[in-house]
Design a protein around this ligand. Sequence first.
Ligand SMILES: Cc1cc2nc3c(=O)[nH]c(=O)nc-3n(C[C@H](O)[C@H](O)[C@H](O)COP(=O)(O)OP(=O)(O)OC[C@H]3O[C@@H](n4cnc5c(N)ncnc54)[C@H](O)[C@@H]3O)c2cc1C
Length: 489
Amino acid sequence: MCQTTEVGTTWTPRALVVGSGLAGLECALELANAGWRVEVLSPGRAGCDGATHRVHALAPWILLTAPWVRGDSPERFLADLKRRGEGREREGLAEVLATEAHSAARELVENLGLVPLGVPTALPGDEIARGMRCLPNAGRVLLAPLLRKCEEAGVRVCGRSLAVGLLSDGSRVIGTVMIDRTTHVPREGHSDAVVLACGGVGAIFPATTAPRWNRGSGLALGSAAGALLHGPEVTQALPVTATPPLYFPTSAALLSSRIRASDGASVSGSDLGAVTVEIGKALLRGATVFMETMGDDAHWLPPRVRESAAFRAEGRVPLTLALHHGIGGVAIDSWGRTSLPGLYACGEAAGGVQGLRRTMGTGLLEATIFAKRAARAACHDIAGIGPAPSRGEARVPPFPLDPAILEERLDELMGPLVALRPPAAVDFALHEIERWPVRVEARIEEGCALAGIRRLAAMTLLAGEQSRRGGRGNVVGLPGNPPRHKEGA
Ligand SMILES: Cc1cc2nc3c(=O)[nH]c(=O)nc-3n(C[C@H](O)[C@H](O)[C@H](O)COP(=O)(O)OP(=O)(O)OC[C@H]3O[C@@H](n4cnc5c(N)ncnc54)[C@H](O)[C@@H]3O)c2cc1C
């Protein structure tokens, strides 16, 4: 895609995509096919370091929830999304998901080589069969086909590259600040568009189903640059096996099993959300929670748990709660535009497609649908805003002192807040995290940058919790400024 400036010279727009999960790679491919020069940044092995790579690892199948059967329709799906959202979704976004879910699901099955297992089934709480269970092609990296297409389209996929901040000229985002994790050298990357496809917030919490890189980079980088956030506190926790690999035994198994707490209380609920809350209450009381399988329920469990000596002797599995999904995130419009020109967000980094409670089996669909829309929006917008200026200022989450100690403290403060967030505990945690000393003029270093991202993401999440409690709505900006110390202070 060659663009022409006002003075008649031609140029090729450049994009930096933060993250190599489904959203990042789909967006990069769409931009490259439209003629952009595209670079994807990813901190680990590209295509393997995000939640997308894990979808089949911690549950027995991949779920794609869409209108599949006769009698269902985007309108019925939308009505169910809105019922669960309770008005906390952003205008127009759930409509896009409901309308595009079916075709996006078919494309995913085709493009990622998924194998559907029979016919769709009704998920707990749904009246209509919408959940298509699929298995990936055995022995292959789930995103391998998409990575290959990106490379063929000329996308530069940079593994071991961590984005630690954004560049801004005051009116527009014009690039990222990043660290090469092999050479440990920080550098600035200039671009005409930046896409935050950096996943969710799971790893702000010590127990999560998500990989460690998913520590709220969208919230942290977005808010450090001044982007609006939508419901950063809206998250989904799931009951999982208490011993690694934190396996999710499926909603059906959890709802049909008997769950008991060690203090004698019975833990039950009509849906997965209610069961999660009851488990959260029991864990806060200090009780241990067990799932007792009945009949052939045990077949939901992974062989490793089912065949363990403890399970065979006692027939029960200890459960805990893990942070699974960030429902809120960087505020976007229905085309993935954030509140800052030049900055787009999609996938789990973006917030507001679903409201208070999300529908299971929609994460991959959201990622692919909004990634393509963000790319199309960037192609549309670039004609109006032209090339990005080459000079700008780094907007980086503040670097904390003693990052390793802060990481441990964040585990302690955020651990109990996975599912239930009592106001006093939220206030206490935010007070302490906000006041953690930070330094200015610091050399950019990986450990500090990672702790800084997690700290700022935790602050935005907790501030969102306070804001919701105070009835101040969905959209929040940056919480209070922390005290700053000179390097070495
Ligand atoms: C165990 C599990 C099971 C799931 N099962 C399903 C399912 O059955 N069906 C379904 O639809 N959804 C499922 N989901 C949800 C779904 O996987 C996610 O919603 C979806 O994959 C999100 O895609 P994404 O591209 O937005 O994020 P991710 O795939 O998480 O990708 C984020 C990328 O950003 C990178 N990144 C993060 N921070 C930075 C940074 N600072 N700099 C550079 N890169 C960064 C990450 O390393 C990664 O490459 C599941 C999730 C989990 C964890």
